[in-house]
Design a protein. Structure first.
Length: 181
C-alpha cells in the first residue's frame, strides 16, 4: 500500500532508481545525473534535503526530465518503498546507514566501491560495487533487464540487514553485561 501511494505521489511508472540522503557533491550527485541521462525511460529520485548553502556545486539547473530531487521527505520508508533499485554513488562515507535501511526493505543495491564498505558489503551477494560511472551504468542496465538478479541481491541485502541488527543487539547486550560486571 505504501509503495503504491508513493509511486502515485512521485508519478512513477516502470522501474524506479533512487537514493536517500543529503544532496551534496560528495554524495555523487554528478554520477546520479549522469545515470539519469543514460536511462531516460526510468525515473531517478533523490530523496533528501538540499543544503544549498553547503553545496560547493549545486545540482545542474537543467536536469533531465526523468530526475526528481524531492527535498526533505517526512516518510523515508515510503520513499524507499517507491524504488526498485537503490543506488548510493557517494565518494566517501563513514558507515552508510542509509544502505542498511534500503537493505532492510530488500532493495537491490549498487554502491560506489569505497573502503567504508569493506567487510560487510559483498559484491554479487548483497550489492554491486561500481568503481566508475561506466560500471554504475553497466550494473543498473543488468538489474533493469534481470529480475532474478534484482531478487537475488534484494534477498542478500535483507540477510545483511538482519545480521547487522542482530550484531548491534548483541553488542548492546554485551555492553550491559560489561557495565554490570
Amino acid at each position: 500500500e505504501k509503495r503504491n501511494l508513493a509511486r502515485r505521489q512521485y508519478e512513477i511508472e516502470g522501474l524506479a532508481i533512487g537514493t536517500v540522503g543529503l544532496v551534496l557533491p560528495r554524495k555523487g550527485t554528478d554520477t546520479f545525473v549522469y545515470l539519469a541521462k543514460e536511462f531516460p525511460k526510468n525515473k531517478f529520485l533523490w530523496f533528501g534535503k538540499i543544503y544549498s548553502g553547503l553545496l560547493v556545486k549545486p545540482p545542474p539547473k537543467e536536469l533531465p526530465p526523468n530526475v526528481l530531487f524531492s527535498g526533505f521527505v517526512s516518510d523515508v520508508t515510503a520513499a524507499f518503498n517507491a524504488l526498485d533499485i537503490f543506488i548510493f554513488p557517494s565518494y566517501e562515507e563513514n558507515e552508510g546507514m542509509v544502505i542498511l535501511e534500503a537493505a532492510a526493505i530488500g532493495l537491490p543495491i549498487v554502491v560506489r566501491d569505497i573502503p567504508a564498505y569493506k567487510g560487510w558489503l559483498e559484491h554479487g551477494e548483497n550489492c554491486l560495487k561500481a568503481k566508475s560511472n561506466e560500471e554504475f551504468k553497466r550494473y543498473i542496465e543488468m538489474l533493469l533487464e534481470d529480475k532474478n538478479m534484482r531478487l537475488k541481491l534484494g534477498h542478500g541485502a535483507k540477510i545483511l540487514a538482519e545480521n547487522k541488527s542482530i550484531e548491534a543487539l548483541s553488542k548492546k547486550v554485551m555492553d550491559i553485561y560489561a557495565k554490570l560486571g
